[in-house]
Design a protein around this ligand. Structure first.
Ligand code: NDP
Length: 453
């Protein structure tokens, strides 16, 4: 088996040079589904896997805009339309200086299987820009997003491709992009998700990814007849996913003790309670400040700035039961994974996409901890985006309780489908294999049905 995976990967790497994150994401999926291909030769014959690693369409464009000093700036714009076998392309937009083609292809590839797992009819896509919203005025962000949408609008549509938010794209950015789309098309339609409640948004969409990651952890713990009550939890990031992860942990009796941004992290031994969370949300969502200010405000917290010379992230080196990486890809390296295990962590539920490097994943799987990969654990966000699309189509809004109940049900079904697939293919308890296989089967069968397109 290993040789076949290696040969497949050699080809992927040769055809997509320098896209290291894309190689990493593909290899992880291919390793999981190779036993499926052995059992289902029709997938091989129809070259399903070869087609899955080739985006259906990649759109690259120039995004010129004028900053507050009157200077012209130019950024790159991208949209990867990866796979539409089970529905319109669906996936977020990321605005971050690190954005490049390889990162967006990895995210789009993951999104295909994640969306399939949600049980909702959504294909996979991803997009964004190397624009950095940090330090920009609201007017600069508006001019940039309007320019971005002035090109993107011709490629998307409620039945074609429906983007959402991701790193650097929250309610403010979605609002500006929606406004520009509406102006250009003269049409009010559910073209983006994560919209404001007054103009087509869904209740629980901002909360969904974080809540979902916590529900997923609770489901995993349920297999051992345990709950989150009283568990100490390490959380990274302080953006959308981290904030609502912390909120739901508090609801379920957990004790979150860390959060971070790209400058450093805080460790609050007393726990991040509701008052501190409210401060953090105001700091990040309104004042757009730095997490170090949390430690200035609360004496129970210690701030540690990022030290690029360290071979590990000290955030992951505290005694705890659970970890919720919620910042970015590859934020848990092999040393971090070992530290987590050494410190007693036995639940890892990934709010971020691909936050653990492959060697780290291997340590978690070998240690047989409850390890929920992002594809499964953070699917709550896109699931509620799917529910937002349904509500837009019906021109009707569900209540907060209705959406939360549906989110709960979807996270449980993703969990159970992953457990069942892992068992069926001989690796019980392995959520990586389970999620990859369960997500793949539905896409692969749909591609078979639709012929060579
Ligand atoms: P936000 O932009 O709201 O927050 C991101 C957080 O992570 C910030 O605290 C940011 O710090 C930190 N961060 C980002 N990049 C880096 C980096 N390179 N190094 C260190 N810290 C970093 O994004 P989200 O919360 O929406 O997204 C977080 C993760 O969750 C991403 O992996 C995203 O793909 C994933 N995800 C998000 C979903 C959603 O619904 N929003 C859905 C599913 C997955 P700083 O502000 O200093 O940059």
């Amino acid at each position: 088996m290993a040789q076949n995976v290696a040969a497949f990967m050699e080809n992927v790497i040769a055809k997509n040079p320098a896209e290291v994150e894309f190689h990493q994401a593909v290899e992880e999926v291919v390793e999981s589904i190779w036993p499926v291909l052995d059992k289902r030769p029709e997938y091989r014959k129809a070259k399903i896997l070869e087609r899955c690693v080739e985006p259906e369409r990649v759109i690259l464009f120039r995004v010129p805009w004028v900053d507050d000093k009157g200077e012209v700036q130019v950024n790159k714009g991208f949209r990867i339309e990866m796979n539409s076998a089970i529905g319109p392309y669906k996936g977020g937009l990321r605005f971050h200086p690190s954005v490049n083609l390889g990162i967006l292809k990895f995210l789009a590839f993951e999104q295909v299987f994640k969306n399939s797992l949600t049980t909702l009819p959504m294909g996979g896509g991803k997009g964004g820009s190397d624009f950095d919203p940090k330090g920009k005025s609201d007017l600069e962000v508006m001019r940039f997003t309007q320019s971005f949408m002035s090109e993107l609008f011709r490629h998307i549509g409620p039945n074609t491709d429906v983007p959402a938010g991701d790193i650097g794209v929250g309610g403010r950015e979605i609002g500006f992009m929606f406004g520009q789309y509406k102006k250009l098309r003269n049409e009010f339609s559910g073209i983006l998700t994560g919209k404001g409640l007054n103009w087509g948004g869904s209740l629980i969409r901002p909360e969904a990814t974080g809540y979902g990651a916590v529900y997923f952890a609770a489901n995993m713990l349920g297999t051992r007849n345990e709950t989150l009550d009283g568990k100490t939890c390490l959380v990274s990031g302080s953006g959308n996913v981290a904030q609502y992860t912390i909120e739901k942990l508090l609801d379920l009796g957990g004790k979150p003790v860390t959060c971070s941004d790209s400058g450093g992290y805080i460790y609050d031994e007393a726990g991040i309670d509701r008052e501190k969370l409210a401060f953090m949300m105001e700091l990040k969502n309104v004042k757009r400040g730095r997490i170090s200010e949390y430690a200035d405000k609360f004496s129970s917290a210690v701030y540690t700035p990022v030290d690029r010379d360290l071979d590990h992230n000290p955030l992951w080196d505290h005694k705890a039961d659970c970890a919720f990486p919620s910042a970015t890809q590859n934020e848990i390296n092999e040393a971090d994974a070992k530290n987590l295990l050494k410190n007693g962590v036995y639940v890892v539920s990934e709010g971020a996409n691909m936050p653990t490097v492959p060697d780290g994943v291997n340590h978690f799987v070998d240690a047989k901890i409850l390890y929920g990969p992002g594809k499964a654990a953070n699917a709550g966000g896109v699931a509620v985006s799917g529910l937002e699309m349904s509500q837009n189509s019906m021109r009707y809004n569900w209540t907060r309780e209705e959406v939360d109940q549906k989110l709960h049900g979807i996270m449980k079904s993703i969990h159970d489908a992953s457990v069942a697939a892992a068992e069926e293919f001989g690796t019980p308890g392995n959520y990586v294999n389970g999620a990859n296989i369960a997500g793949f089967l539905k896409v692969a069968d749909s591609m078979l049905d639709q012929g060579v397109v």
